[in-house]
Design a protein around this ligand. Structure first.
Ligand code: NDP
Length: 309
């Protein structure tokens, strides 16, 4: 098998991966970055990003990622298309297999493989992604100001998104498949105190309705078997994320939902020389700017590690 040795290997090409690349490249660590299946990460699936500082007029998600990529390349990051299919972190240098056919020996590893939003899996939902269907209220809520929207889910994320959207939208339906909310009591209280938020318990989404301009409604099945429809222009799916950590199971310490555990205030994992940045280690904030910030932290931790190694 073809093999190669690198000082710093970065896995993932979202804001965390590219920021780590910019910093490690400028520190002369000659980083090699593998982009993975979705180059640019989750932001490439959004439209306008209005909350990334430095862009007063907003920027298209794919453009923001293309700019970050360019910046990482400008300082010499070796960016490659490819999937990491196997890792062995039991000894240094770490052994990493790309696309099942190339072996890389890495002195240090920055994991920025992100998380993937869960969707309902409806064919109609897929059709209207980016045209009324979103998995991020903070990113896209503003486009629905003054309109009626639905949030799917009954956990903390759904309640948080619903109460946030209620400050922007005319009416928010919170669509919950069970007859109770799974969210914390405090969050439930917040929901109860929001007058323009209506909870539809025991409603399961069946079809996103729409036309050439995007979403127009949501058809649901109630637990008694009857049907219900609401007129909405936006549907926010908030049924959880799953971190992309399958590769590292059994090697890195993960929390009970699969996120990589890092030492508080750092990007350090339980294995020296392996760092994690961005959504793969952050179940809470999940913003482009927080991911970028943690990519910077990982690069600085990595630089320090290589100096001391
Ligand atoms: P959760 O797993 O807690 O909740 C997911 C919700 O989505 C549940 O109500 C679940 O319903 C529902 N759901 C799942 N699949 C479907 C489906 N196919 N159709 C309809 N509904 C579905 O995920 P969250 O993202 O809300 O939270 C993840 C973690 O992050 C939690 O630990 C949470 O506490 C934490 N968090 C904390 C926040 C805070 O403290 N501010 C904010 C956001 C998250 P069911 O109950 O029926 O399974």
């Amino acid at each position: 098998m073809e093999n190669e040795t690198v000082k710093c290997l970065i896995i993932g090409s979202g804001p965390a991966g590219y920021t780590a690349a910019i910093y490690t490249a400028r520190a002369n660590l000659s980083p090699v970055l593998y982009e993975g299946l979705e180059p640019g990460g989750q932001l490439t699936t959004t439209t306008e990003v209005e909350n990334f500082p430095g862009y007063p007029e907003g920027v298209a998600g794919p453009q923001l990622m293309a700019d970050m990529r360019k910046q990482a390349e400008r300082f010499g990051t070796d960016i490659r298309f490819g999937m990491i299919t196997q890792v062995d972190l039991s000894q240094r240098p770490f052994r990493v297999i790309v696309d099942g056919q190339k072996e890389i020996l890495a002195d240090s590893l920055i994991i920025a493989t992100g998380a993937t939003a869960k969707y309902l899996g409806l064919e109609s939902e897929e059709r209207y992604k980016g045209q009324g269907v979103s998995a991020c209220a903070t990113c896209d809520g503003f486009f629905y100001r003054g309109q009626d929207v639905a949030v799917i889910g009954g956990g903390d994320s759904a309640c948080e998104e619903a109460t946030y959207l209620a400050t922007i939208c005319r009416k928010v339906y919170l669509v919950v498949r069970k007859n109770y909310l799974r969210a914390s009591k405090a969050m439930q209280q917040r929901v109860a105190n929001t007058p323009n938020l209506e909870i539809l318990f025991e409603h399961t989404p069946e079809e996103v309705l729409g036309d050439a301009n995007g979403v127009t409604g949501l058809r649901m099945r109630k637990s008694d078997g009857s049907e219900a429809t609401v007129e909405i222009t936006g549907m926010f799916v908030a049924i959880g994320h799953h971190p992309n950590t399958e590769l590292f199971k059994g090697q890195l310490d993960l929390d009970e939902t699969g996120y990589i555990k890092t030492q508080p205030g750092t990007s350090k994992t339980n294995i020296e020389g392996v760092f994690a940045a961005g959504d793969v280690q952050d179940p809470h904030y999940r913003q482009a700017i927080t991911a970028a910030g943690s990519g910077c932290i990982a690069a600085l931790d990595c630089e320090r590690f290589l100096l001391d190694a």
